[in-house]
Design a protein around this ligand. Structure first.
Ligand SMILES: Nc1ncnc2c1ncn2[C@@H]1O[C@H](COP(=O)(O)OP(=O)(O)OP(=O)(O)O)[C@@H](O)[C@H]1O
Length: 278
């Protein structure tokens, strides 16, 4: 049975191949409960594959994965614990906002109707409006509302802000933060851009070329990465250009921000893959 210390996601040597394409390889992760996890990586990095494995809609080729202490998708109880919003916030275009809430109530045993209605009202969504006529931001909010009203313990949002303009992005993420604090759920959200997520995530996973490049709580990662102007100390590891990793303090080193840190790992992976292909 899952307890407060059960990791939300735990994987060991997890891998997924589609024919000859390796979408994810040797993925070993431990995500503690209560985090807002930013899953970042370039196109084709394996983000959707990892999220699909987490929800149980993709089966692993190798290795293991447990979500909230059980195999993903293993039975109705496990499915009810995970809310998933796929890329582009899919909704039924011909159904109204109210129809979506009715459908949610019918399909989900732990449906929180007051929460769903309160959120729809606060967001100013018209219950009779057809979902196909909502803006991209409103559709994203409707999809998030449905996932949250399931009363899931883990919300998985695949590129939730990709189709939103900068103002709508900010509003969506601010709202998500309030909402997560209110519900006490864990969240994983993916993006190509760490800049989209750095204001909200407190745990980071950087994927590139189907492999985990970096993972951990943001505060821990920022504590051991630095910028250096000159030579890299022998005990430190150069990640890319002036970004280094060192557990020990480095005299004269400057702090690195999260966006630059993620970019350093993604660039290092891209350079290595070009080198490997050459
Ligand atoms: N169903 C599939 N069949 C064949 N190949 C697939 C399938 N799904 C993903 N892939 C391949 O696996 C790799 C990882 O894809 P994935 O969609 O997980 O990446 P991603 O990081 O989510 O990319 P994006 O940011 O572009 O959505 C890619 O090379 C992709 O072409």
């Amino acid at each position: 049975m899952a307890t407060a210390t059960t990791p939300v996601i735990e994987t060991g040597g997890l891998g997924k191949r589609y024919g000859r394409t390796t979408a994810l390889a040797d993925c070993t992760l431990r995500v503690p409960a209560g985090r807002i996890v930013g899953l970042v990586g370039p196109n084709g990095a394996g983000k959707s594959t990892l999220l699909g494995l987490t929800c149980g809609i993709v089966a692993p080729t190798t290795g293991s994965i447990e979500v909230l202490g059980s195999r993903p998708g293993a039975g109705a109880a496990q499915l009810a614990k995970v809310g998933f919003v796929a890329q582009d916030a899919p909704v039924y275009r011909g159904l109204s906002v109210a129809d979506h809430l009715r459908l949610g109530a019918r399909l989900n045993p732990r449906w929180d109707r007051p929460l769903a209605e309160r959120r729809v009202k606060r967001l100013g969504l018209d219950p009779v409006q057809k979902a196909g006529r909502l803006s991209g931001g409103q559709r994203a909010q409707l999809a998030l509302t449905i996932a949250a009203a399931k009363r899931a313990e883990l919300l998985i949002l695949d590129e939730p802000v990709a189709s939103l303009d900068p103002l709508a992005r900010r509003a969506f993420l601010r709202d998500l933060l309030d909402f997560v604090a209110e519900l006490g759920v864990s969240v994983v959200l993916s993006s190509h851009l760490l800049g989209d997520l750095e204001q909200v995530c407190d745990h980071l996973i950087v994927l590139a070329a189907g492999r985990v490049q970096l993972a951990g709580d943001v505060a821990d990662l920022l504590a051991v990465h630095h910028r250096v102007a000159g030579a890299v100390p022998p005990s430190a590891e150069r990640i890319h250009e002036d970004v280094i990793r060192s557990d020990a303090a480095v005299p004269g080193a400057q702090p690195v921000d999260l966006e630059d840190l993620g970019m350093a790992y993604m660039t290092r992976a891209a350079v290595a893959s070009i080198g490997g292909a050459a």
